[in-house]
Design a protein around this ligand. Structure first.
Ligand SMILES: [Zn+2]
Length: 376
């Protein structure tokens, strides 16, 4: 008899390669040990969603000075580790693929660290080495501005036309350390430089398909083919503005910002402030009426686009939870991951194929990165 969707989901190693939850620990003092209806992620909802490995982004804003960025990164790592230590019955910080699998076997969730924006590395390989020792296992080389390592996809004018000279050195050292080069947020030229200079597979930890939504954060079909040829993976982002052009408008971004601000003011009031309750209700109604979120099926469409283009081995999940507003309907938070397993079953994929999408594709690429580091 065929396995139930639930059995399959529980058996699979389910991996989410990007969430911004450390910011909620830092800025909102979120307690991840308790089930909350705030934000998209905590250790209880992680378990409910059968999520086995979650990458926490050590994110630094582009406006910080290099020294501020380094201090902020160290602080976020410290706060994330403190939160994990306070909940060691539920989660453990993982340092390798094998370690993450052992943590799943023990019945707990594995957390890994990824650095989003390489600014904290400054111009110093010693800092990169130390961040590796602190547990950082991927670096998204830049965010929404060019930095000392490479060009971002956001600005109109290129600065380096790809990786900077120091960025090339960082990619080479990441290969030696066994750190994944993350190409989400990079310009197309930077992406191709990473492909050229990295000896190990590279990963887009939270990006979608440009053929389906033309946002520059997304990857063209050609980029996806070249990524796959080098053994890399694209981890599909859940953000509506990267899933469909219908959401990539100024009006949507403006409404999303206002909704987010109203929601946070409501949380900060302890959900008691009269003014805050009224404003949050008003914005919720406004969003529902004018910008209803797409169905979770749209993100599965992006997964299928990659499968149709390059086969089943090069796609996975990178939610961007706690970094995005208004995720798709049906995928409201980390407790909902089984919905994807159900939909893939419904679309006719085999159990082994589904396991690849849920995590094995990413873990294969990550293992290749680890293995290469042993040899150079
Ligand atoms: Zn991001």
């Amino acid at each position: 008899m065929a396995k139930s969707v639930h059995q399959l989901h529980m058996e699979a190693m389910v991996v989410d390669t990007h969430c911004d939850t450390p910011l909620r620990i830092d800025e909102e003092h979120a307690d991840l040990g308790k089930r909350s209806d705030e934000g998209h992620n905590d250790f209880i909802r992680m378990k409910e969603g059968g999520l086995d490995l979650s990458f926490y982004a050590i994110f630094t804003r582009t406006r910080l000075t290099p020294d501020q960025a380094t201090v902020q990164a160290v602080r976020l790592i410290g706060e994330t580790k403190d939160m994990i230590a306070a909940n060691r019955d539920k989660v453990e910080l993982a340092y390798s693929v094998r370690h993450a699998r052992e943590i799943k076997k023990s019945g707990r969730g594995a957390i890994m660290l990824g650095m989003e924006n390489g600014a904290p590395i400054q111009n110093d390989i010693a800092l990169l080495n130390e961040f590796y020792r602190m547990g950082v296992r991927y670096v998204t080389l830049c965010h929404s501005a060019h930095n000392q390592l490479c060009d971002s996809c956001a600005p109109k004018e290129a600065k380096w036309h790809g990786l900077s000279p120091f960025g090339k050195k960082v990619v080479e050292q990441m290969n030696r350390l066994g750190m994944i080069v993350d190409v989400s947020h990079l310009s197309d030229e930077s992406f191709y430089d990473c492909l050229k200079y990295s000896k190990a597979p590279i990963v887009a930890t939270h990006s979608c398909c440009r053929a389906m939504c033309k946002h520059p954060r997304n990857m063209t079909d050609k980029m996806i083919k070249d990524l796959a040829k080098a053994g890399g993976v694209i981890q599909i982002n859940f953000y509506p503005a990267f899933l469909s052009d219908a959401y990539g408008t100024d009006a949507y971004f403006d409404a999303a910002d206002r909704y987010d601000a109203a929601m946070k003011a409501y949380w900060r009031s302890g959900k008691k402030g009269k003014k805050e309750i009224a404003e949050f209700k008003r914005m919720t109604q406004y969003i529902k009426k004018n910008f209803p979120s797409p169905s979770y099926k749209l993100l599965v469409d992006h997964i299928e686009h990659v499968i149709n283009l390059v086969g089943i081995d090069y796609v996975g999940l990178g939610s961007d939870y706690d970094g995005i507003e208004m995720p798709p309907i049906g995928m409201e938070d980390v407790s909902k991951f089984e919905v994807i397993t159900k939909e893939l079953r419904h679309r006719g994929y085999s159990d082994d194929e589904i396991k690849k999408v849920l995590g094995e594709n990413f873990l294969r690429a990550f293992s290749q990165v680890e293995d290469l580091a042993m040899t150079i």
